[in-house]
Ligand binder design. Structure first.
Ligand SMILES: *[C@@H]1O[C@H](CO)[C@@H](O)[C@H](O)[C@H]1NC(C)=O
Ligand SMILES: *[C@@H]1O[C@H](CO)[C@@H](O)[C@H](O)[C@H]1NC(C)=O
Ligand SMILES: *[C@@H]1O[C@H](CO)[C@@H](O)[C@H](O)[C@H]1NC(C)=O
Ligand SMILES: *[C@@H]1O[C@H](CO)[C@@H](O)[C@H](O)[C@H]1NC(C)=O
Ligand SMILES: *[C@@H]1O[C@H](CO)[C@@H](O)[C@H](O)[C@H]1NC(C)=O
Length: 519
């Protein structure tokens, strides 16, 4: 959860992130909140935002309409102020580095990437990667030396310090006799770390898998991954996905002491923005949807075998128990199959939905079939993918588990419940990226009364009335008050409006699809 540190880091940049909330009290039914961390509300802007909200809530809005507006602009305004999360001028500047040279891209605030081409040899004992080149000199002098920590959170010094630093060195080719190749590869290597915040789902996708996709998909699996801070569990958890990015065995950098030689090494991963792939930075127009397609291909075999197992178990059960399931339950199942499906991603530590049972009833009353998922650290991602890929709506309280929106089909609905004090993060980390994937995103910003903090604080306490001022006091306060100790008790009347909207969206889409198929 450490990524919330960025609250402190970026929230003073003074931009506006918008969450649209329909308030029962206002005549037109919609209010757009400036829910970032400052409260400057100039009139023309507010009017513009109001207008935006109005159009974005029409049922049949094409998802592209969302993305073309600059309402989610905090990161971008930040980048224009400080030289860029992604610098336009030299993005992938090193992709055309010539043989025998090294090139480092260091202008992004998120990560450094160095590319070495030619005779590249790795030596993990000295944390060194050497490029030997013909320079006419006989001695072993170092012609160039770069240092790099191959992790994508460059601006967070504390976590970067936990990632090993690599020395990238260029030497004359004659000195290479001192370092013989034990393993010779004829495809490039990509060096990266699975340390840092790995262990948290958001970070595993945002800092790891998506940057790995961005950096390596162009090689069509003809690439070797060399991993620092290697974890066997990470390889197991993501092996379905990894096998669609590389067809070679993965190297554990610190344990493999052999000298591996490569014709090219990319050290560090490129990263675009929160949980996304920006096609204009890809060279081959790949988007976040292509990443999702890869997930789909990656999980398909496993899901098929899960289904086969279930069918076999069901047949065995039928043979064992002569009493067949009553025709009534069969009818129920059939009807459920026809209904659009909602998945609630539930947390059971902090930020739980206290009236979850009533919420489930409400969702059923609206006309959905409901499934409640409680992902644990050990839950297999393929089985979560299976549930979400067949759902029309995902509902959850803001937190790392919202990363699962990546498993929803484009065109489906994502309702994020936003507890007090988490607006900015909810929008930046999940709302905005979900829109880029093509989901219909609904941010449900709770009222103070819907927060468990309402029972603990005076009604006029800034914790309830002015979360921004509390967040401004520092990350410890955000974490202690809003993240670790807050549950939500949904006002179901208020929430049902979002559900209805989601229902109409799902049903309309279903009938659209149906008409399409029957043509
Ligand atoms: C993609 O990156 C370009 C160049 O940095 C930027 O201008 C553009 O706004 C980005 N697109 C999106 C959708 O973020
Ligand atoms: C690149 O340089 C290395 C050594 O400097 C050489 O062995 C290799 O053949 C070169 N490759 C190409 C494609 O020129
Ligand atoms: C996900 O759903 C789509 C559309 O229903 C289907 O074509 C695809 O095979 C599903 N993917 C997996 C991995 O089950
Ligand atoms: C959350 O639920 C799971 C299973 O339902 C249980 O094993 C776990 O102990 C629960 N955690 C907390 C903090 O209640
Ligand atoms: C319906 O869903 C598809 C994806 O399954 C999406 O591309 C499309 O935009 C959706 N249409 C509407 C009207 O929401």
């Amino acid at each position: 959860m450490m990524h919330y540190k960025r609250y402190q880091h970026w929230n003073r940049k003074g931009d506006v992130f918008v969450v649209c909330v329909d308030e029962e009290t206002t005549p037109i039914g919609l209010v757009c909140g400036n829910s970032g961390y400052n409260h400057k509300r100039t009139k023309p802007k507010l009017f513009y935002l109001l207008f935006l909200c109005l159009i974005s809530f029409s049922f049949f809005l094409a998802p592209q309409l969302f993305t073309s507006h600059h309402k989610f602009s905090l990161l971008y305004s930040f980048s224009s102020e400080e030289g860029g999360l992604v610098s336009k001028s030299d993005f992938n500047a090193c992709s055309s580095v010539s043989n025998g040279s090294i090139c480092c891209e260091r202008s992004s605030i998120r990560s450094d990437v160095c590319v070495m081409k030619g005779d590249v040899r790795m030596d993990s004992a000295s944390s060194r990667i050497t490029l030997y080149r013909n320079n006419g000199h006989e001695n072993g002098e170092v012609l160039r030396h770069e240092k790099i920590r191959p992790y994508t959170r460059k601006w967070e010094k504390n976590v970067m310090d936990t990632v090993d630093e690599l020395d990238l060195v260029v030497k004359g080719e004659h000195s290479r006799i001192h370092q013989k190749c034990d393993v010779k590869h004829d495809v490039p290597a990509v060096f990266f770390s699975t340390g840092g915040y790995t262990g948290n789902l958001y970070h595993e996708f945002n800092d790891g898998l998506l940057p790995l996709y961005i950096t390596s998909q162009q090689f069509n699996k003809k690439v070797v991954f060399v991993i620092l801070e290697y974890h066997a569990w990470w390889i197991m958890k993501y092996e379905n996905v990894l096998s669609h990015l590389t067809e070679y065995p993965i190297i554990d950098f610190s344990r493999d002491k052999r000298t591996h030689c490569f014709p090219e090494a990319i050290v560090g991963l490129r990263i675009h923005d929160e949980l996304t792939v920006n096609s204009s930075l890809m060279g081959n127009d790949k988007t976040i949807r292509d990443f999702r397609d890869l997930l789909d291909r990656a999980y398909l075999p496993r899901i098929r075998s899960l289904i086969q197992d279930e069918e076999r178990d069901a047949r065995m059960n039928m043979e064992k128990h002569v009493s067949l399931p009553s025709s009534e339950t069969k009818m129920d199942e059939k009807q459920n199959l026809k209904k659009p499906k909602v998945v609630i991603i539930a947390r059971n530590d902090s930020r739980a939905i206290m009236n979850e049972d009533s919420l489930v009833k409400l969702i059923e009353d609206v006309g959905f079939h409901v499934e409640v998922l409680r992902p644990q650290r050990t839950t297999e991602l393929a089985s979560i993918y299976r549930v979400l890929n067949s759902s029309d709506v995902m509902i959850g309280v803001h937190g790392a588990a919202m990363t699962h929106f990546l498993f929803m089909r484009p065109g489906s609905v994502f309702i994020q419940i936003i507890p007090l004090g988490t607006d900015w993060a909810a929008g930046t980390y999940y709302g905005e990226p979900a829109v880029k994937l093509g989901l219909k995103y609904i941010g449900y910003k709770i009222l103070p009364k819907e927060s468990s903090l309402y029972d603990e604080y005076d009604k006029n306490d800034p914790v309830l009335t002015d979360p921004n001022s509390v967040n401004d006091r520092g990350w410890e306060f955000t974490k202690k008050i809003y993240l670790d100790r807050q549950n939500v008790r949904l006002n179901l009347g208020r929430f049902s409006k979002r559900l209805l909207r989601a229902y109409y969206h799902s049903v309309a889409n279903e009938s659209l699809r149906f008409r399409h198929q029957s043509q």
